[in-house]
Write a protein that binds this ligand. Structure first.
Ligand SMILES: *Cc1c(COP(=O)(O)O)cnc(C)c1O
Ligand code: SF4
Length: 335
């Protein structure tokens, strides 16, 4: 059974104690001099849990974890081609809270909230309040899925689906498990790396008892996000029968070099996680400064192919609004 781990602060306490003050964050990291580079847009403020801050290097203004969360003046720059809804998701909801873009799987937005605000997030302008499942959502969703027999997998997303209480999450699991055609339930979540204590015993036991296969796609962009404690929690999830995959975003100045990507894949594997996708940045307004040149990304990818075993090379993809799958980047004709 699942081992008991070092007692840490309850995850909900950690959630409520997340840092939202730029001054506090910079003071903890002894980087007060960065204050002048910060700009905080009203729609998407600073938010970062203390467990994640603890993995940052004090005094390093280019720390790859800090750079993912520190709001920057560059976000104000408006760049042609970078828009508020790059995937046109606002127009793809057959019912509130449900996205059906790809044949065999539907995605449910069960909360708009995230424990962390990632500055490159493609959903940073998304109007969650207009798209949350309403009170009768569960009935509508069950009905929709049964009318679409090709659906065999439901993806819980958000926001972050682990941002809700176990009680609410388990109610969703109960509902989904009652739909006979579903074989797989997938969670797309950044919480296992941002606040690993979220993988509490109650959650892991519930997941281990599911009649469906459980897949957890964590979102980890850099090896520094996985310290020993995080790795232990991930291993516990694996012991509980959860298939663990990772998706990362290729981010300029954060993980855009070969060594960083190799370390990420190796650290993931050492923690029981296989790389799944490496996404080229979605062209969302305010994030242009994270976009890495496509030719350089492809060169980096060829190096990964050369340096890593095949099972540690993620698929390099781009998400496009009108495609029935995540588009593989053409690494031959662009090389
Ligand atoms: C990414 C995504 C999926 C899952 O795609 P996979 O290729 O199966 O990982 C499903 N639905 C939507 C809307 C998505 O954006
Ligand atoms: S956790 Fe995911 S959805 Fe939430 S802000 Fe970060 S990238 Fe966006």
């Amino acid at each position: 059974m699942i081992n008991h781990l070092i007692t840490q602060k309850n995850w909900q306490t950690q959630l409520s104690e997340a840092i939202t003050s730029v001054d506090e964050l910079l003071s903890i990291l002894k980087l007060e001099s960065l204050r002048a580079t910060v700009y905080i847009p009203e729609h998407f403020e600073l938010r970062v849990p203390r467990d994640f801050v603890a993995k940052m290097i004090i005094g390093d203004s280019n720390d790859p974890l800090l750079r993912q969360v520190l709001p920057d003046q560059k976000e104000q720059v408006s760049v042609t081609g970078y828009v508020t809804d790059p995937l046109s998701e606002n127009t793809q909801n057959p019912i509130k809270g449900l996205l059906h873009k790809y044949q065999s799987r539907v995605l449910l937005t069960i909360t708009g909230a995230c424990a962390i605000h990632c500055r490159y997030c493609f959903r940073q302008h998304f109007d969650y309040s207009a798209n949350m499942p309403t009170a009768d959502a569960k009935d509508n969703i069950i009905h929709y899925i049964s009318e679409n027999p090709e659906v065999n997998e439901v993806i819980l997303s958000g926001g972050d689906p682990l941002n809700v209480t176990n009680r609410r999450l388990f109610a969703w699991l109960d509902t989904l498990e009652s739909i006979p055609q579903l074989t797989t339930i997938r969670l797309h979540t950044r919480l296992p790396v941002v606040m690993p204590a979220r993988l509490d015993t109650e959650l892991l036991e519930r997941l281990s008892q599911s009649r469906c296969r459980i897949v957890m796609v964590i979102h980890c962009n850099h090896a520094n996000e996985i310290d020993t404690t995080t790795a232990e929690y991930l291993q516990r999830a694996r012991v509980a029968g959860v298939t663990l995959l990772n998706q990362a975003v290729l981010l300029k100045g954060i993980n855009d070099d070969v060594e960083t990507q190799v370390q990420l894949s190796e650290r993931l594997f050492a923690s029981g996680v296989l790389p799944y996708y490496l996404h080229v940045l979605d062209k969302v307004a305010g994030a242009a400064h994270f976009d890495h040149d496509l030719q350089a990304s492809i060169r980096l990818y060829w190096s990964l192919l050369a340096q890593l075993p095949g099972y540690l090379v993620p698929k390099l993809v781009r998400e496009l609004p009108d495609k029935p799958f995540k588009m593989p980047i053409d690494i031959y004709n662009n090389a």
